[in-house]
Ligand binder design. Structure first.
Ligand code: OKS
Ligand code: MG
Ligand code: ZN
Length: 343
């Protein structure tokens, strides 16, 4: 399987993540992508290719023009206001307040976000753009006849809504990929999100549509991020009713239990009969992940890859979360190797 990777991911190198009342070194750091790339090379998974430039048009099929413009100038607007640190949202329109776009950068940071852990600094825009191009290049490979491709995206994407960043995500690479399949003639596309966290952005983007089935397996949002979306009674709306599926799990869930949900998800996808599959691949389901609470083991990722292959679909994997840097290379590449038949 080919891997698409851009060295521009390293342009996103923020110093801060608001966590527990402290500004810590971010969990979502450059070494994550480098570790996965090293494992791809070590295992000779396949060619590693740099992304093509697709421009903003396929991004704007999923994200609003004003959100994209905000991201493009956010850092320079912040610096121009004389702010000494990294750009961090600190104010939101609460219940009863106005959802209008303020002129001031603090106001706009709040308007275009849903959480405060994701700082912005120099290079975030370039890295986020490259990450979307990585996904779109993988999509092009698959459209051109590859059975599957690994988009080694960084920053990740599945939390990003049409006009909201948060959860380390800016552009929703999985959603952009699914929409690209649609725009190139696929009538139906499924997005399966196996990251530990709910794919809230992907769900929201396609919530009223029946052409893109969205499924996410994740930790109970009553207990973990993103806290305000991802419950099992969210099944889609309007035309999209019945085309969103959330499967939530409690702390300490092992693969033996998690895989029952995977089976339900796979059966729903088979029934939907999509023309292509996008897998939002997080490996923060791992037992030693520092911010998550499932108990998957490294060999379980081989089983996951094998089950996904059995769907028999053209498949793009977009990299999402996973923060035990020592293990994420093995775990992510195990999914690809399981897909390719390694037991
Ligand atoms: C807040 C925790 C923020 C978690 C963000 C989740 C990132 C992720 N202290 N999404 O898939 O891995
Ligand atoms: Mg998920
Ligand atoms: Zn995650």
């Amino acid at each position: 399987m080919k891997t698409v990777f851009s060295p521009l991911h390293s342009r996103r190198q923020v110093k801060t993540e608001l966590d527990g009342g402290l500004l810590i070194e971010p969990h979502e750091k450059p070494s994550r992508a480098e570790t996965i790339l090293a494992r791809v090379k070590d295992q000779a998974l396949g060619d590693i290719v740099e992304p093509e430039e697709f421009g903003l048009e396929p991004v704007k099929r999923v994200h609003t023009d004003d959100y994209v413009s905000f991201l493009e100038t956010c850092w320079q607007d912040w610096v121009a206001e004389g702010k000494p640190g990294e750009a961090i949202p600190a104010v939101w329109a609460g219940r009863g307040m106005r959802h209008r776009i303020p002129k001031d950068i603090d106001g706009r940071l709040g308007y275009y976000s849903f959480a405060a852990e994701t700082s912005i600094s120099d290079g975030t825009w370039e890295a986020a753009r490259a990450s979307a191009n990585v996904a779109l290049t993988a999509q092009k490979l698959v459209t051109s006849g590859e059975r599957a491709a690994f988009a080694l995206c960084r920053p990740p994407g599945h939390h990003a809504h049409a006009d909201l960043f948060g959860g380390y995500c800016f552009f929703n690479n999985a959603a952009i990929t699914a929409q690209a399949f649609r725009d190139q003639g696929c009538e139906k596309v499924a997005v399966l999100d196996v990251d530990f966290h709910h794919g809230n952005g992907t769900q929201a983007i396609f919530y009223d549509r029946s052409d893109v089935l969205t499924i996410s397996l994740h930790g109970d949002p009553d207990l973990v991020f993103p806290h305000f979306l991802g419950f099992e009674d969210e099944t889609g709306e309007g035309q999209g009713e019945g085309f969103n599926l959330n499967i939530v799990y409690p702390p300490k869930t092992p693969y033996s239990v998690w895989s029952e949900g995977l089976e339900r998800a796979c059966q729903r996808i088979a029934e939907f009969k999509p023309d292509a599959l996008v897998v939002a691949l997080g490996v923060d389901t791992f037992e030693d992940d520092p911010i998550s609470f499932f108990k998957l083991k490294s060999e379980d990722y081989l089983s996951l890859g094998k089950r996904l292959e059995q769907l028999g679909l053209p498949t793009v994997f977009t990299m999402e979360g996973g923060y035990d840097v020592d293990a994420i290379g093995v775990n992510a590449v195990n999914v690809m190797q399981g897909f390719e038949g390694k037991a």
